[in-house]
Design a protein around this ligand. Structure first.
Ligand code: WTA
Length: 653
């Protein structure tokens, strides 16, 4: 746990700007009161909110049910519909308000009011029903970042189908694995999407995935987005515009139990295949909705831009569900931040009057590197709140965001949470919480966090460091791992006897009770804010015919946060010279094919064997030090072949 002994050198504190405080939903006193009230009885706090804030068809009588802990249930005898909560209930008051502002990479813009969104969702929901999809069936969504992705998710929610969105950047093999794990009956995809000036060949990848397995898929609905030529398989593939053509623009929502799974989302863990994180309907929606309102101070007239793709949890909670449940206007941008130039994000903020901008540190660092001349060209005066998510934000990037984009006035909300937590857990509440660059500050009301040592004992003292745990269940928590409840219990609760939810992050808590997330304690990498299991990349490498063994570690990277560094041993002789160069390229492409371009190793080193302990465990700490180019201080005398270190360092042949 050496990374926990961090140097807390960051001492700057930024109180909220008085102009923001004057209009904010919460001031410090109100937040303090809410937090104190919630801490008294978190279950009662959330139960009261669920009653007040969500629309129920059948009101619930049970708040938190702990019978099968740690398989907690919330509001379990109530019935509701998530899509009705996100759309229908706004139709009276703000039916003509824009719900979605979409901009394609090529500049095409489409606006959808709540009424129009309702009609689109109902038509697709009716089409899904006509195709035989019913409550509990799984539907995999593999689309470009688009209004249709939101429509597809909402349509599934409307009929009680369980969606599983697969990020459009994932490969055919990754798509196939996810489809097979969900046992989905239907796939919703597109001919392609626009990204980085290219066409992302989604249909082609989908065809490859379906050809290699996925026996449960009966039909696929294909959105025409790019209009380029693709193959349609008769009897299986149906155009989106055809299936909705004759469907009426209204449909009665299917009422589901609060615990009915709303979606599965696959995420990386330290071992084995990605896990299908299972979220509920009622509890999840409550978490996404309340945190969106508290953290982003959502108010009438806001245009909320969360840049995350719908393929990630951030796109679920803060593009699709949280802001819509609050009746906000969201912005969706299809493409890359640098097309046609590094000013694109700022141009979008200007053109759409974005008021709240929520992105990832990797994007902030890339925009910072591009230079201040880009934001300077655009009118960013509508912006009133900035956010960050996905990895620790380094103080330098925080300060740039604060000064250059925030004009030293706008609050920055650094939000800590996970696919598993469903919603933001720790964050400043703007207008109420003084911020410190690099700290996600404190848990939100109703969330109880702590720092514990290896034995599970709370760490006290003003510079407490250890494992981050959540000590009380919360409504938007994951319910299970799809098809593997044992793994759920073992992964998240096992370490401390089911007493705490173990986040897998190490953290520090300072004298003010502020949390500083230090990184993962397990073998999970964070590359550009995307979670990758080292095991996943290792398995991909080993599936190449020439690879015997592989070990993957993270290396600090200026823009990506971490990059993938792979140590590889080959069958037969160690590749050298041109052969090695060619194989590096081949292996990078191979990983892209197996997982997706995000997992491509930046560095690959070949060695005769990998450094292992006597018990046969790969010495990852040593490999991490080598990847960082650090001096080797560890004892390497136990290595079978001490000369290996020079090879791993790339110093020998
Ligand atoms: C990391 C993304 C520091 C953390 C919402 C966590 C962060 C993992 C922050 C979850 C933050 C996310 N500060 N670290 N503000 N936000 N992380 O599931 O290691 O893709 O465990 O969810 O990202 O990644 P995931």
């Amino acid at each position: 746990m050496s990374n926990i002994e961090s140097v807390l050198t960051e001492k700057r504190v930024f109180p909220p700007d008085p102009a923001f405080v004057a209009k904010a939903r919460f001031n410090a006193d109100q937040l303090g009161a809410l937090r104190a009230e919630a801490a008294q009885d978190p279950a009662a706090f959330w139960t009261e909110l669920a009653r007040k804030e969500l629309g129920w068809q059948t009101p619930f009588t049970v708040g938190l049910d702990e019978t099968d802990a740690p398989n907690y249930r919330w509001f379990s005898d109530g019935k509701l519909n998530v899509s009705a909560n996100c759309i229908d209930r706004h139709l009276g008051e703000r039916g003509d308000q824009v719900a979605i502002r979409f901009e394609g990479e090529k500049g095409d813009v489409r606006l959808l009011t709540y009424k129009e969104l309702h009609a689109e969702v109902c038509k697709l929901a009716n089409a899904l029903t006509a195709l035989g999809v019913t409550k509990g069936d799984r539907v995999v969504i593999y689309l470009p970042h688009s209004a249709e992705a939101v429509i597809a998710m909402q349509a599934c929610a409307r009929i009680g189908a369980i969606h599983s969105v697969v990020f459009g950047g994932f490969s055919a093999a990754a798509l196939r694995d996810r489809i097979e794990d969900t046992g989905a009956r239907l796939l919703i995809t597109a001919d392609g999407g626009h990204r980085g000036g290219n066409i992302v060949e989604l249909k082609k990848a989908a065809d490859e995935a379906l050809a290699s397995g996925c026996k449960t898929i009966e039909k696929s609905i294909v959105l025409q987005r790019t209009g380029h030529d693709i193959a349609m398989q008769a009897g299986r593939d149906l155009w989106w515009h055809d299936v909705v053509a004759d469907q009426p623009p209204h449909s009665d929502p299917v009422w589901v139990e609060a615990e009915h799974p709303l979606f599965l989302l696959y995420t990386s863990g330290s071992t084995g295949k990605p896990k299908g994180i299972q979220h509920s309907s009622g509890g999840y929606l409550l978490g996404a909705m309340m945190t969106a309102r508290w953290v982003f101070d959502l108010q009438a007239g806001d245009v909320f831009w969360c840049t995350a793709d719908v393929g990630w949890i951030t796109g679920h909670s803060y593009v699709t569900y949280g802001p819509l449940a609050n009746g906000s206007t969201i912005l969706i941008y299809e493409g890359a931040p640098t097309v046609p130039d590094a000013g694109r994000f700022w141009k979008i903020c200007q053109d759409h009057g974005v008021t709240i901008f929520y992105t990832a540190p990797t994007a902030i660092r890339a925009l910072m590197k591009a230079g201040d001349e880009w934001p300077a060209q655009y009118d960013l005066s509508k912006l009133r709140l900035l956010g960050s998510v996905g990895e620790p934000i380094n103080p330098e990037a925080w300060m740039w965001y604060h000064r250059t984009i925030g004009g030293e006035k706008l609050p920055i909300v650094d939000t800590w949470w996970q696919t598993e937590t469903g919603a933001i857990m720790m964050s400043p509440v703007p207008g109420a919480t003084p911020t410190k660059p690099g700290s996600c500050t404190q848990p939100l009301p109703g969330i109880l966090a702590d720092v514990v040592d290896e034995a599970g004992n709370p760490v006290t003292g003003t510079e407490a460091g250890g494992y981050l745990v959540i000590t009380h269940p919360w409504p938007s928590m994951l319910r299970s791992i799809w098809g593997d409840n044992e793994r759920y219990i073992k992964t998240y609760w096992g370490q401390f006897n089911n007493k705490y939810y173990v986040a897998g992050d190490s953290t520090h808590r300072d004298a003010d009770g502020y949390y500083w997330i230090m990184g993962r304690v397990d073998d999970v990498l964070n590359v550009s804010g995307h979670r990758l299991g080292t095991m996943e990349v290792e398995s991909a490498l080993v599936s190449h015919p020439r690879v015997a063994e592989a070990a993957v570690v993270g290396r600090p990277h200026e823009v990506k946060g971490e990059s993938v560094f792979a140590f590889v041993t080959c069958k037969g002789a160690r590749p050298q010279g041109d052969d090695a160069t060619a194989l590096v390229k081949e292996l990078r492409d191979h990983v892209a094919k197996e997982i997706g371009a995000i997992a491509k190793p930046d560095d690959i080193r070949f060695a005769d064997n990998l450094p292992k302990t006597r018990s046969g465990k790969i010495m990852r700490r040593l490999l991490r030090a080598i990847a960082k180019g650090e001096e080797i201080t560890q004892d390497t005398s136990t290595l079978e072949n001490p000369g290996i270190v020079a090879q791993l360092q790339g110093r020998e042949g």
